[in-house]
Design a protein around this ligand. Structure first.
Ligand code: B4P
Length: 191
């Protein structure tokens, strides 16, 4: 299996670039944000719990997200690899992911970290909020809270994988195509 984490702050292009990568490399796309939004739409108990956190720009509790990811991996036994988009977002989620992959005799091969300046992130998310109807993208206070959560809890993910030399930084500003070319080069060199 080839397993990739697409890492970066909210609005850095993870969801956008994931579409191109899964199409080119045949990886299973695991977006915890999309899974959580689908639970909210279906008004499941998990979705109702998650919504309170997401509407305030906070991370959903680790146990909820880790359980959901474990179910997704188990539901895809034939996968040749996974693209993890928006997961892991805390050090505890990193440890849990390593354990889940170890059960499948697998591991994370590379972490591609998109680098984007904060004001550009806010601009992009407000832009998406104007058309997407995503409630966490329409309020600048909530967007800034998400970026603060990223600094407080999610930046640790990059440190965690750096100790195993798995992190490659990618300039996340520019055209979607030029950023994809840079991501593709790094994947081609390892897959
Ligand atoms: P996510 O759904 O993961 O969303 P995100 O980080 O906000 O956005 P993403 O990075 O995918 O968006 P993109 O840049 O592609 O998370 C939402 C919430 O779910 C979190 O706040 C949290 O509450 C919860 N959650 C999710 N995972 C969790 C976890 N593991 N643990 C706990 N809680 C979790 O797109 C942004 C915009 O930028 C788009 O409009 C796009 O068109 C634009 N854009 C992209 N690339 C561009 C470029 N190169 N130039 C200009 N614009 C660009």
């Amino acid at each position: 299996m080839f397993n990739l984490i697409l890492f970066g702050p909210p609005g850095s292009g993870k969801g956008t670039q994931s579409e191109n990568i899964i199409a080119a490399f045949g990886l299973k796309h695991l977006s915890t944000g999309n899974l959580l939004r689908s639970e909210i739409t279906q008004q499941t108990p998990l979705g109702l719990e998650a919504k309170n956190f997401m509407d305030q720009g906070q991370l959903v509790p680790d146990a909820v997200v880790i359980g959901m990811v474990g179910n997704f991996i188990d539901a895809n036994p034939g996968a040749t690899g996974f693209l993890f988009d928006g997961f892991p977002r805390t050090a505890a989620q990193c440890v849990a992911l390593d354990a889940l992959l170890k059960e499948k005799s697998s591991e994370i091969n590379i972490v591609l970290a998109l680098e984007v300046a904060e004001e550009e992130l806010v601009k992009r998310l407000l832009g998406r909020g104007a058309t997407s109807g995503r409630s966490d993208d329409t309020n600048e206070t909530v967007i800034r809270a998400r970026i603060q959560e990223y600094h407080d809890k999610t930046a640790a993910v990059e440190k965690y994988y750096a100790q195993f030399d798995k992190v490659v930084s990618i300039q996340g500003e520019g055209t979607v195509e030029s950023i994809y070319d840079d991501l593709k080069k790094e994947i081609d060199a390892r897959i």
